[in-house]
Design a protein around this ligand. Sequence first.
Ligand code: KG4
Ligand code: ZN
Length: 334
Amino acid sequence: MSDRLVLAIETSCDETAVAILRDGRDLLVSEVASQIDLHQKYGGVVPEVASRNHLARIWPLITHALAGAGVHLAEVDYIAATRGPGLLTSLLIGYSVGKGLSIGLGKPFIGVNHLEGHLLSPFLGDPLGPQPSIGLVVSGGHTLLLRIDEVGSYQMLGRTLDDAAGEAFDKVAKLLGLPYPGGPAINRWAKKGDPARFKLPRSMVGSGDLNFSFSGLKTAVRYLMPKLKGDFQADLCASFQEAVVDVLVQKTISAATTIGLQFVTVSGGVSCNSRLREKISEACRKEGLTLKLADPNLSTDNAAMIAYVAHERFRRGYRSALDEDADPNLKLVQ
Ligand code: KG4
Ligand code: ZN
C-alpha cells in the first residue's frame, strides 16, 4: 500500500487543526484555526465553547487545507486524528470526522497520541527520522521528561507533580492581569526585565529525581506581588521565567548526561519560549549534546505533528481499529 499522503486532524483542546504531509517530510499544508479570542474573556479554555467551534470549523478547514495543498480527497492515502489526551468533547469532533472520512474513503485510519505528536515533532523534516534521545515535552497540560528508544517505545523519566510549566506561565500571567495564554505575554515582558531582581524558588532542583513542581513558584509570585511597588512587571516576568527555565534545563541535561544519550529534544508550547531556547542551547553546547528544538510553528498545538507520528507508525504497519474511541486520559507510557 502507498505511504504517500496523510491527512491529519487535531482537536484535543482549543485549536482546530488540519495538515497534509507527503512522504513524512513534505508538509504541504498545516492549518490552525485558533479559538484563543473566544476563550480569552474567560481566562482559560471553556470545553463547551471549544467543542461547538471545532464542529463549525473542522469541515471548512479540511476543504481549505485540501485546496491549499492542491490535493483531492480521493488522493489521500490514509487519515489520522488525535485520539487523546485532551478534552473529550473536543477530541470527539476531530476523531469522529477522521473515522468518518476513513470509512467513506475506504482508507486506513490512525489514532494518534497528542503527546507523541509533541514528542516527535522536533524530528519532522529530519532525513534521519526519530533518534534515541531525551525528550522534554513542555505544554499547557504536561511537563514530561521521556527517554525515546524508538517510535512507540518511550520511558517516563520524570513529570510534574502539580502544575505543568505552561500552566504556571498562564496562572502567573493571570495574577499579573496579562491575557491568556500567558506564556507569550510573559516572554515578551521578560525581554525588558532583570531576571536576577527577585529570588524565586527553583523547586525540585536538588530532589535527586527527574520530577518537576511549579505550584510553589506560582505561590511565591502571589505572595511577593502585594509587597511590590512601582515598576516591577518586567523584572517579575523575567525572574519567574528564569526560575522555570533553570529547572527545565537542569533536569533535562541531568537526564541526558546520566543516561548517556547524545540527542536532546524540546517540544510543546513552552518550547517557543525564547529564554528556554537560549539556555538549553547553551547547556547542550557546553555538554557536547545535540539539541533538536521543535520548530516554533510546530510547538503549539498543530496537526503537522499528528501527521508525522501517523507517518512513522503507518510505515511500521500500525493501524487503528475503527471501533476504538477517543480517550481523554490516553497514556503515552503504560
Ligand atoms: O502545546 P500547547 O499549544 O498546548 C497544550 O498541549 O497544552 O501549549 C500551550 C502552552 C500554554 O500554556 C502557553 O502559555 C505556553 O504553551 N506557551 C509559552 C510560550 N508560547 C506558548 N510559554 C512560555 N513562553 C512562550 N513563548
Ligand atoms: Zn499540546
